[in-house]
Design a protein around this ligand. Structure first.
Ligand code: MG
Length: 167
């Protein structure tokens, strides 16, 4: 079959997945927004499960490895860091590799709280970290219907796809 040559701008799509445990005594940070809740996500950074999935989707689209390769959780520089800082660095890496963003679509799986009211602020925060228009970012949420770790409220999962194009 025919294959596109190296000068044809073709989309590259990457996929990201992340999961974090919900624990008492931590702020709940999702999509770069701190949400009032009685538990937060546990992790080395702020454990922003949405932003981590977005980082991995972008890195995957550019074949640049994953978030653990670039920001190891053994590195004290990243303890408690806002994941938006990591996302901004991911954006710089992907841009340095010659790519521009087409779009990002992410889905959070979490039983509660309801995050839909916060979705526009999350899209704005993610877009701001990347320096792209908020309309390039889509964020959706669903529950686990009471099933599995998300459904039991033990944690949250996030899935993301990112499409980029070489420019
Ligand atoms: Mg993570």
């Amino acid at each position: 079959m025919k294959s596109v040559d190296d000068h044809t701008p073709v989309p590259h799509t990457g996929f990201g997945y992340d999961v974090h445990r919900l624990v008492p005594g931590r702020p709940l940070v999702l999509g770069g927004v701190t949400i009032a809740f009685d538990k937060g996500l546990e992790g080395h950074s702020d454990a922003d499960v949405i932003v981590h999935a977005v980082c991995d989707a972008l890195l995957g689209a550019a074949a640049l490895g994953d978030i653990g390769k670039h920001f190891p959780n053994t590195d004290q520089r990243y303890r408690g860091i806002s994941s938006l800082v990591l996302l901004a660095e991911v954006g710089r890496l992907v841009e340095a590799a010659g790519y521009a963003l087409v779009n990002i679509d992410a889905t959070l799986v979490m039983e509660r709280p309801k995050i839909l009211p916060h979705a526009p602020a999350m899209c704005a925060a993610i877009a701001g970290a990347l320096g792209v228009p908020p309309g390039r970012i889509s964020l959706k949420a669903t529950t686990g219907e009471g099933m599995g770790f998300a459904g039991r409220g033990e944690g949250a999962a996030a899935y993301a796809v990112a499409t980029i194009v070489h420019v």
